[in-house]
Write a protein that binds this ligand. Structure first.
Ligand code: PXL
Length: 295
């Protein structure tokens, strides 16, 4: 069985970071080792959350793992709580990356034009440094802007702008960029009944290829969907899917999870019911992983 390690916080209630990465990647048939970076009572969109920093545990865990000789098919970093943790991730990647290991960095720290509580533009620069180590980075538009130190443009941009962003992001050093949350304004938008689309642009710095994937934009957005996206992407890549198939599956699973959530009258507002969408994930992964094996 393939094995990955994911490094992010435990938000005890909130359906994000490790409480989504662990069940999702496991359900995708991949062993999921974890390093928790912090324990919070909830994610940071709740008021009054507790926060216990676990930075001092990370080094001893790595030392023990080195002695045991553990290897990983992928290293996936998510929400990191301090500069020191970013430094430790540089070390972890150096020490545990093998020739076939995929390194996925989700620079999880901002959305909708704003940094999450506790983060600063300097932190975004340090995260940009970690992106240099990655095979694949998965920022949203806000994270991309903070890492590049450019103003956030939330709407009204065109294809040329996104292509420029992709290339600048690749300039941070990652081989492939998957940029999330892209929405183009079209004339059709003013027509009643035309579903709006949101999607992904990806750039392969090794062959210069740019590709796109759009899906229906749901009326409501939820916390934790970025973590769900990155988790499915990681699981799918390790199961042998191409990057294009992996981000399409990840995007579709997020949409399915939101649909399941809002199908209930009194739905949770702090996170999505990804659990109810598992049958779709497992079914599609099984058929696509089978196809990938023979392609
Ligand atoms: O889903 C991203 C995330 C992860 N971890 C913590 C968060 C957030 C988003 O707010 O607060 C602690």
């Amino acid at each position: 069985m393939k094995r990955i390690v994911t490094i992010q916080d435990v938000s005890c209630v909130g359906k994000c970071s490790l409480t989504v990465a662990l069940p999702i990647i496991s359900a995708m048939g991949v062993e999921t080792a974890i390093i928790p970076t912090a324990v919070l009572s909830t994610h940071t969109m709740f008021k009054g959350f507790t926060f216990r920093d676990l930075t001092s545990d990370i080094e001893p865990i790595m030392e023990h793992w080195k002695k045991e000789g553990f290897k990983f098919d992928a290293i996936y970093t998510g929400y990191l709580g301090s500069f020191e943790q970013i430094e430790l991730m540089h070390r972890l990647i150096r020490e545990f990356r093998g020739p076939e290991t995929k390194v996925i960095v989700d620079p999880c720290m901002a959305d909708n034009g704003k940094l999450y509580p506790g983060f600063t533009p300097e932190f975004a620069k340090a995260m940009a440094g970690l992106c240099a180590e990655a095979d694949i980075i998965v920022p949203n538009l806000t994270e991309a802007s903070f890492m590049l130190g450019i103003p956030y443009v939330g709407s009204g941009y065109d294809e040329a702008y996104i292509k420029g962003l992709l290339k600048q992001l690749a300039g941070l050093g990652a081989k492939q960029v998957v940029l999330k949350g892209i929405e183009f304004k079209t004339n059709q938008e003013s027509l009643v009944g035309v579903a709006r689309k949101i999607g992904i642009a990806s750039y392969n710095a090794e062959n210069g290829r740019i590709s796109w994937y759009f899906h229906r934009k749901m009326k409501i957005s939820f916390h934790g969907t970025g973590d769900i996206f990155a988790s499915v992407l990681t699981g799918a890549l390790v199961r042998g899917l191409s990057l294009e198939k992996a981000y399409a599956l990840a995007g579709d699973f997020v949409v399915e999870s939101i649909k399941k959530t809002i199908s209930h009258e009194n739905y949770n507002t702090y996170g999505v019911d990804f659990e109810s969408a598992f049958p779709m994930l497992v079914r599609r992964l099984a058929s696509e992983a089978r196809l990938a094996k023979y392609s």
